[in-house]
Write a protein that binds this ligand. Structure first.
Ligand SMILES: [Zn+2]
Length: 125
């Protein structure tokens, strides 16, 4: 961890960042680590290797079906910013914002009990 980091490596090649729209962290598998995605398949992303100005490809789709009380969240993450797409069901749809610096974001804990379900997320503690 270094000052200015916006993402955190929870486990080898499992990255996460705090989503200010959803209020919890979204995670991203990189470098061959596949994680269950909202689309029902195993996914991994490309990453530019930066913790302070990360870029992930392709887009991230979280809670595709808006299950429970959490919104659907669909974004592009590029150069440390989140571009929320128009199909998000939260209030930040269509906006582009900085990823909060990790040290300023709420503390989170990994909730792996839901992995494999449609809602894949790291929840606020
Ligand atoms: Zn989100």
């Amino acid at each position: 961890m270094a000052a200015g980091d916006r993402i955190h490596e929870m486990a080898p090649n499992l990255l996460c960042f705090h989503c200010p729209a959803c209020g919890y962290a979204h995670h991203v598998g990189v470098n061959g680590r596949k994680i269950p995605g909202s689309n029902g398949s195993m996914n991994e992303w490309g990453w530019n290797g930066s913790f302070s100005s990360p870029t992930f490809t392709p887009s991230l789709l979280v809670n595709k079906e808006s299950l429970g009380t959490s919104p659907r969240c669909h974004s592009f993450v590029a150069e440390g910013r989140i571009q929320f797409l128009g199909d998000c069901t939260h209030a930040m749809a269509g906006q582009t914002v900085d990823i909060p610096e990790w040290d300023a974001a709420p503390r989170i804990a990994a909730d792996v009990s839901n992995w494999g379900s449609a809602t894949v997320a790291l929840k606020l503690q």
